[in-house]
Design a protein around this ligand. Structure first.
Ligand SMILES: Cc1cc2nc3c(=O)[nH]c(=O)nc-3n(C[C@H](O)[C@H](O)[C@H](O)COP(=O)(O)OP(=O)(O)OC[C@H]3O[C@@H](n4cnc5c(N)ncnc54)[C@H](O)[C@@H]3O)c2cc1C
Length: 457
């Protein structure tokens, strides 16, 4: 039994937790990071990294199928799931080793074990206690299901989907959000027959509606089926497959049902309520500086209501460490956090949609421009269609950038600088975009909105 004291005690070693510990150490604070499984959390082991490896191998499969479009004679054979797994796991384990090395090089004390908050300054792990002037809660999230929908057998979540050692021939994906459309995209590229069931009127319902519609058109072309505004009723499973029933009475049969209906916070039985932290439906409520209702206790990442993204968790971890060190970092609103959906075609967005900008500033106060990918040489070289759109407050800053198309996620870097720096089109117009790049579209739209159109009318 030990009782050790640190400046900062971090509970949970995922993106948010380890970022907080690293930044705290850099700022001269001692920090301990308590992790019950593997540092790197959901993103590295069960989320961003392994899914993007699958999506890349899916892109390779599609490229081979379409290779003659580019003058290359090649024939698609089949997907070798053992080799896919080796590639995916190789990347995850390299990144995991790298992260362990980084934490050790930074001098972070990593404690292996399940922690529980026992006071506003103490986390207990078994019989040991870790006391800090400040505590950062970063316990992450889990795959949710619907009431009465039990996970098991052929009814799976993204965790099991990632570990599948075969390509299903027919899958129903429940939920047309980011995780649902990414898996639908992978499995279709691997040759599966896929149908997405989404209760809302569109796929990726948090995006600009025109982007959702463009994705629906692209998915239809790829042969990915979807039922919109369709409500799940029940599922039965047997040795050979599942039968999914919708409230409309329609039934869908498949090998598997992937449940991708969102993620819930990991906060139950961790002592949070007992210590007096205000919670709402399992989420930890914080002020805009991420401090909970108990002074000195902060929360970051997926347990804090809002976008559940790894880079939001990193930023929040960093933010909290700087806040604890008295640096008063700036608050980035959730709407200005970049988002990428890595299905084919990719989607990226940052800032306000046209509808949200109109709500905030008034419909007459905003303007926008959609640049069709057909007008961009690099996009034409890559193949595929889509558009990039900018939303501007008239005579004011650009408040939103959105796009869909092959590899369009790469545009999010410049887009998030534009939105977060509150750039006006005339700020961007004089600068030069390399040619041919897809980023040129951002320059073209800025030129247009600044009243100096080049390749636009
Ligand atoms: C399939 C999938 C794909 C995704 N793709 C992307 C993507 O492409 N881009 C993106 O930005 N985001 C993506 N995400 C989301 C991203 O993974 C999460 O937003 C991010 O991991 C959240 O970080 P976190 O630190 O809040 O929590 P987590 O990463 O979940 O880390 C929490 C950690 O706390 C530990 N823990 C929990 N309870 C305890 C306890 N009592 N004691 C000790 N340790 C504990 C857990 O073991 C875990 O390691 C994806 C998620 C999934 C599921």
């Amino acid at each position: 039994m030990t009782d050790q004291t640190f400046d900062v005690v971090v509970l949970g070693g995922g993106s948010g937790g380890y970022a907080a510990a690293i930044r705290a150490m850099e700022l001269g604070k001692s920090a301990v990071l308590i992790e019950k499984d593997k540092v790197g959390g959901t993103c590295l082991h069960r989320g961003c990294v392994p899914t993007k490896a699958l999506l890349h191998s899916a892109e390779v499969a599609d490229t081979i199928r379409e290779s003659l479009n580019y003058g290359v004679e090649a024939q698609f054979g089949s997907i070798n799931m053992a080799a896919v797994a080796e590639y995916r796991d190789g990347i995850v384990s390299k990144k995991y080793k790298g992260l362990q090395g980084l934490l050790s090089a930074k001098g972070i004390n990593v404690v292996s074990g399940e922690g529980k908050l026992t006071s506003p300054t103490t986390v207990a792990v078994g019989g040991d206690t870790y006391t800090g002037k400040n505590v950062v809660l970063a316990t992450g999230s889990y795959s949710k299901s619907l009431p009465g929908l039990e996970i098991g057998g052929r009814v799976i979540t993204s965790e099991e989907a990632l570990k599948l050692d075969y390509v299903p021939s027919k899958v129903v994906v429940l939920g047309g959000g980011v995780i649902g459309v990414e898996f639908a995209s992978v499995w279709r590229s691997y040759g599966a027959d896929v149908t997405i069931v989404e209760g809302l009127p569109h796929l990726v319902p948090n995006e600009e509606e025109s982007i959702s519609k463009a994705l629906e058109r692209a998915f239809r072309k790829r042969g990915i089926g979807y039922k919109l505004g369709a409500r799940f009723s029940s599922v039965t499973q047997s040795d050979s497959g599942v039968v999914v029933s919708l409230e409309s009475g329609e039934t869908l049969d498949a090998d598997l049902l992937l449940v991708a209906v969102g993620r819930g916070p990991v906060t139950a039985n961790l002592g949070y309520e007992e210590v007096g932290i205000t919670m709402d439906r399992g989420y930890v409520i914080t002020n805009d500086r991420l401090e909970t209702s108990v002074p000195g206790v902060y929360a970051v990442g997926d347990i804090v209501p809002g976008l559940q993204l790894a880079h939001r968790s990193y930023q929040q971890g960093f933010f909290v460490a700087e806040e604890i060190a008295g640096l008063s970092p700036i608050v980035v609103p959730d709407s200005n956090i970049p988002k990428i959906t890595y299905c084919e075609p990719e989607i990226m967005s940052v800032g306000l949609t046209k509808a949200k900008a109109a709500d905030k500033y008034g419909a007459d106060a905003i303007t926008s421009y959609d640049f069709n990918l057909a007008g961009n040489a690099k996009s034409e070289i890559l193949g595929g269609s889509g558009f990039v759109s900018m939303v501007q407050v008239k005579d004011g800053p650009i408040v939103g950038v959105h796009g869909i198309g092959p590899r369009i996620g790469e545009l999010v870097g410049e887009s998030q600088l534009i939105v977060n720096w509150e750039a006006h089109p005339s700020d961007i117009a004089p600068f030069i975009h390399g040619h041919p790049t897809q980023n040129e579209m951002l320059g073209e739209i800025a030129l247009y909105l600044a009243g100096k159109p080049l390749h636009t009318l």
